[in-house]
Design a protein around this ligand. Structure first.
Ligand code: NAD
Length: 499
């Protein structure tokens, strides 16, 4: 974040206590929002604490009703929200609309499923302790801090915000400094449907405001962003033993097996590598392609990618500094012996980067090892599907992955060391609300979405209730020798026999 008053396109600027967001394509100002001080963040968390008591004691039904109303309001206003996303983040309007659709679908799922997943239920007891009945429920933490990135400014934060709210928590949200107005838009809409108490609040600013949120006394912090920032968030939260959910970057691979539908694989790779200008944690940045179909795949990928209109379908690079990283990866891939079949060093022009296809790039090149976060893909020929799996798994990251195969898709998917895999598709795991979303290794830990995503924002509360007198009574100093004998006979009968 800069503090000058002449930003380059996309920069976010602080001036006189205001955060100014700008259009990444034109540099035009989009919004001004007040920057929160550390004291403001603490005050927001204190207000959230009081609001969380009220929200948590509402019935499941009432919370569901409010969340579904919020979802409907956003759908009614989705065209304006998509246009704002286009202006502030650069995302093409169609992609923004699809992002909103997925976010509201998740919000509705979380609202409808929360009671079933988290509500109190009777659990089976034990033959050794027949006198006790077990009950399990998942109670809200209280106040959840959410720190979001700019690349999916509604879909990604919703994975935490909507699920945390559905679980009965209040939320204090710090959106990315590059997309503050988008966050403000949906927080304001929530406050129309929950006007009584500040159950969902927003605080604005850069990293220092995120750091203040980590130290503000929230009961859990859900972070989505880059690995280096994730490490800082963990360190800050460790000071107060605040638990964290960490969703970081990726270097997703697509495997194109010998029996793949090559045309579909190429069409999907062209989209998976270039949608949102490649600024997607689950964008396809690598492809490992069986030698039998390699030439066909590469020819089709080039043809598919040539059809893409950079200005209207790819969009600008949102963060000015990212263009240098993309350029460095392309340059080093070529310096390391790679070739550009499309695009190349000249692709990085102004706010836009033209799609680039790289081949023959060594496995240790930055373009293969590091997250590029741009519209580039490195395609590598492999001798077997096994080699494809080995190379795909040889990454510090492990977020999403994609497999194209007519007969072996599920088997290959199971062998990939990633949190999620799409078979004969890309990204699809993110839009099925039942499926947990998250990674392994440098991609982070914990899960948003699905049952696991709801449980991420609640703690298990176990209750064992006596339902009859104990015979024999064991959990007392008044136990008798006869009772002990009976218990030992029972344990030998139940657990002591070899089978
Ligand atoms: P970033 O790490 O620069 O910033 C993320 C957020 O952290 C921003 O709101 C920022 O203000 C805040 N922040 C910065 N310094 C902080 C600090 N010291 N303490 C607390 N908060 C701080 O990431 P970004 O550029 O906004 O987002 C891009 C990254 O996010 C990419 O690596 C991408 O892969 C990743 N991402 C991951 C997922 C996922 O679900 N795994 C989804 C979207 C994006």
């Amino acid at each position: 974040m800069t503090t000058t008053s002449q930003p380059q396109p996309g920069a976010s600027v602080v001036s006189a206590g205001e955060l100014i967001s700008t259009n990444p394509a034109t540099g035009e100002e989009v919004a001004r929002l007040p920057v929160s001080s550390a004291a403001d963040v603490k005050a927001a968390v204190a207000r959230a604490r009081a609001a969380s008591d009220w929200w948590a004691q509402l019935s499941w039904r009432e919370r569901r009703r409010r969340l579904l109303r919020w979802r409907s309001l956003l759908v009614q206003r989705m065209q304006s929200l998509a246009e704002l996303m286009h202006r502030e983040g650069g995302k093409p309007v169609d992609e923004a609309l699809l992002e909103i659709v997925s976010a509201v679908d998740h919000a509705a799922w979380a609202a409808k499923q929360a009671r079933k997943v988290l509500g109190r239920r009777r659990v089976p007891g034990s033959l050794m302790q027949l006198e006790y009945a077990g009950y399990l429920e998942y109670q809200p933490y209280g106040v959840i801090g959410v720190i979001g990135p700019w690349n999916f400014p509604i879909f990604t934060p919703f994975g935490s915000i909507a699920y945390a709210l559905a679980a009965g928590n209040a939320v204090v949200f710090k959106p990315s400094e590059y997309t503050p107005a988008i966050g403000q838009f949906y927080v304001d809409a929530f406050n129309e449907v929950v006007p009584e108490h500040p159950v969902l609040q927003i605080v604005h600013g850069g990293g220092e405001v995120g750091a203040a949120l980590c130290r503000s006394g929230v009961d859990k912090l859900a972070f989505t962003g880059s690995g280096p920032t994730g490490a800082k968030v963990m360190a800050a939260c460790a000071e107060s033993l605040t638990p964290v959910l960490i969703e970081c970057g990726g270097k997703d691979a697509m495997i194109v097996a010998d029996d793949a539908d090559v045309a579909k694989a190429a069409e999907t790779a062209a989209w998976g590598a270039n949608f949102n200008a490649g600024q997607a944690c689950v964008g396809i940045e690598r492809a490992y392609v069986h030698a039998k179909v390699y030439d066909d795949f590469v020819a089709k990928l080039v043809a598919e990618t040539e059809r893409i209109d950079t200005d209207t379908q790819v969009g600008p690079i949102t963060m000015p500094g990212q263009r240098d990283i993309i350029a460095r990866h392309i340059d080093s891939a070529l310096a390391d012996g790679g070739r550009a079949l499309l695009g190349g060093p000249d692709s990085v022009r102004g706010a836009y980067v033209r799609p680039t296809i790289l081949v023959d790039v060594p496995h240790d090149s930055a373009a293969v090892r590091e997250e590029t976060f741009g519209p580039t893909i490195v395609v590598t020929k492999v001798a077997s599907n096994d080699e494809a799996v080995t190379l795909a798994n040889d990454s510090a990251y492990g977020l999403g992955s994609s497999v194209f195969s007519k007969g072996q898709g599920m088997a290959i998917a199971a062998r990939l060391r990633t949190g999620m895999t799409a078979v004969n598709s890309a990204f699809a795991f993110a839009v099925l609300p039942e499926l947990p979303f998250g990674g392994v290794g440098q991609s982070g830990f914990g899960r948003i979405h699905g049952h696991d995503g709801l449980k991420e924002f609640a703690r298990a509360k176990s209750i064992a209730k006596r339902r009859m007198p104990s015979t024999p009574a064991l959990l007392t100093f008044r136990r008798t020798p006869a009772g002990m004998k009976l218990a030992m006979a029972a344990v030998k009968f139940l657990h002591g026999r070899s089978r």
